[in-house]
Design a protein around this ligand. Structure first.
Ligand code: UD1
Ligand code: CA
Length: 419
C-alpha cells in the first residue's frame, strides 16, 4: 500500500490481568498479543510501526525486537497522550497513520486494509472503525448528525443518558491523515470526566476545522474485542481458534469437532483430510491431502506429512517427515525422524531421540513394517522393505530387505510354579 504508518498503543498496565508481566506479552494461542497486532499491521501492508510502550517496556521490546520503532509514555494520561508520544516520529511524514491497540489482537489484516482503502478513496482525514453492538457499555459512542456524518465520539463517562443509548461504538482503531492528526493533537485537553487526554477528541476538532471525517462499520464484531482479563483472553483464544478451523474447513478439510481441535497459525492442510477430536497441530506444520489425523494426536513443530497418511490416537510427532501413505496408527512418539512411503509403524513404537545431551535422527525407508513396541535408539537408519520384529530395541542400522529382531528369546520353565 505504501506510505502507511501504524501506531500501536501498548503502554497500559493491564491491572485486571493480575499479572507480573506486561499485559501485551501474554500469549494468545501461542503468540504474544502485541506480536499478533504488529503482524496484523505488517499483513495489512503497513511497514512502518511505532509502538508506544510504558509499563514493563523491556518485556515488550524483547518480544518485538527491532521490528518496530519505540516511543515511550511515562505516565498513563490517556489515549491522546499515548498517541502524542509518537509525534517526533510522525512530524516529517505524510500519508496515513493507523492507530491500533496492543491488547486488541484478533482484528483481521483485511479489515485494516479496507479501512485504509476507504479512507484513501473517500478522501477522509479521519476514518473511524466502528461497530454496532447490543451492549455498548464502556465504549465511546459515535455521534452522527442527521445526514449520518460522524461528528464526534463521546466517552461513556462523559455521555448524556440519550447518548448512552447509541449502539454504534468506537473500536479505537482509526486511519488518520498524519499531518492533520498532528495539528488536532495539539488542541486536545484533559477537560473531561477522567481528566485524560482523549484521542477521540480529535474527531470533533477535525470536524470543527471542516475536514472530512468518516467511519467504517466492522462486519465481524469479534475482531475489535480487547483483552483486559484472563476470561477475555480465553474467549478471544477460542474465537481465534474457531476462525482458523473455519478457514481449514473452507479449504476442504473435515474437522469433526471444532470445539476440540487446536490448529495454530500458519498450518497447511490438504483437502479431504479428516481431523478427529482432541488434535493439536502446531504452527508451521504441513499436512497433505486425504490424511486422517487423531483422535488425540499431537502434531508438533516442523512436521511435514505427505498425502494419504494416517496419524492415529495418542501419537505425538515432532520434526518428522512422513512419507505418502505411511501409517502411525496408535500410541507412538515419532520425533526427529523420516518415515518412508507406505511404511507402517506398529502400536507403541517410539523414537528414542534424546540421550540427555543431544537430539538424534531416526530414518526409516519405504515400504517397511515396524512391529509393535519397537524402540529406535537414534541415530539409526532403517532401509527400504524391512521388517522390524515387535518388541525390538533397534540400536544399529538395518539394511534394506532385511528382517531385524532385537529382543531376548523367551524362556518357558515348565512346572516351575508347582515347585
Ligand atoms: C478507548 C476509547 C473509546 C473506545 C475504546 C475501545 C478513548 C478516549 N476512548 O477507551 O472510545 O470505545 O477505547 O476499546 O480513546 N493506553 C496507553 N496509555 C494510556 C491509555 C491507554 O497505552 O495512557 C492503551 C491501553 O493499553 C489500551 C489502549 O490504549 O491498549 C486503549 O486504552 P483503554 O483504556 O482500554 O481505552 P479507553 O480509554 O477505555
Ligand atoms: Ca481508560
Amino acid at each position: 500500500m505504501g506510505n502507511i504508518t501504524a501506531i500501536v498503543l501498548a503502554a497500559g498496565k493491564g491491572t485486571r490481568m493480575k499479572t507480573n508481566k506486561a499485559k501485551v506479552v501474554h500469549k494468545i494461542y501461542g503468540k504474544e498479543l502485541i506480536k499478533r497486532v504488529v503482524e496484523t499491521a505488517f499483513d495489512a501492508g503497513i511497514d512502518d510501526i511505532i509502538t508506544v510502550v510504558g509499563y514493563k517496556k523491556e518485556e515488550v521490546e524483547e518480544v518485538l525486537g527491532d521490528s518496530v520503532t519505540y516511543a515511550y509514555q511515562e505516565e498513563l494520561l490517556g489515549t491522546g497522550h499515548t498517541t502524542m508520544q509518537a509525534i517526533p516520529y510522525l512530524k516529517d511524514k505524510t500519508g496515513k497513520v493507523v492507530i491500533l491497540y496492543g491488547d486488541v489482537p484478533i482484528v483481521r489484516p483485511e479489515t485494516i486494509k479496507k479501512l485504509i482503502e476507504k479512507s484513501v478513496k473517500c478522501e477522509e482525514h479521519a476514518t473511524v472503525l466502528t461497530a454496532i453492538v447490543n451492549n455498548p457499555t464502556g465504549y465511546g459512542r459515535i455521534i452522527r448528525d442527521n445526514e449520518g456524518h460522524v461528528k464526534s465520539i463521546v466517552e461513556e463517562r462523559d455521555a448524556t443518558d440519550e447518548e448512552r443509548t447509541i449502539k454504534e461504538i468506537n473500536s479505537g482503531i482509526y486511519c488518520f491523515d498524519i499531518q492533520e492528526l498532528l495539528l488536532a493533537l495539539e488542541k486536545i485537553t484533559p477537560n473531561n470526566a477522567q481528566g485524560e487526554y482523549y484521542l477521540t477528541d480529535v474527531i470533533k476538532i477535525m470536524n470543527e476545522k471542516g475536514l472530512k471525517v468518516g467511519a467504517m462499520i466492522v462486519e465481524d464484531n469479534t475482531e475489535i474485542l480487547g483483552v483486559n482479563d484472563r476470561a477475555q483472553l480465553e474467549m478471544l483464544t477460542r474465537l481465534l481458534r474457531i476462525r482458523i478451523n473455519q478457514e481449514h474447513m473452507e479449504n476442504g478439510v473435515t474437522i469433526e469437532d471444532t470445539n476440540n481441535t487446536y490448529i495454530y497459525d500458519d498450518v497447511k492442510i490438504g483437502k479431504d483430510t479428516i481431523i478427529h477430536p482432541n488434535t493439536t497441530i502446531k504452527s508451521g506444520v504441513i499436512i497433505g491431502e486425504n490424511c486422517e489425523i487423531g483422535p488425540n494426536a499431537y502434531i508438533r513443530e516442523s512436521c511435514i506429512i505427505a498425502d494419504n497418511v494416517k496419524i492415529g490416537s495418542f501419537v505425538e510427532v515432532k520434526k518428522a517427515i512422513i512419507g505418502e501413505g505411511a501409517k502411525v496408527p496408535h500410541l507412538s512418539y515419532m520425533g526427529d525422524c523420516e518415515i518412508g512411503k507406505k511404511t507402517n509403524i506398529g502400536c507403541g513404537t517410539i523414537t528414542c531421540n534424546y540421550d540427555g545431551f543431544k537430539k538424534s535422527k531416526t530414518k526409516i525407508g519405504n515400504n517397511s513394517f515396524v512391529g509393535s513396541n519397537v524402540n529406535f535408539i537414534a541415530p539409526v537408519t532403517i532401509g527400504d522393505n524391512t521388517i522390524i520384529a515387535a518388541g525390538s530395541t533397534i540400536t544399529d542400522d538395518v539394511p534394506a530387505d532385511s528382517l531385524s529382531i532385537a529382543r531376548e528369546r523367551q524362556l518357558n520353565k515348565e512346572g516351575w510354579n508347582k515347585k
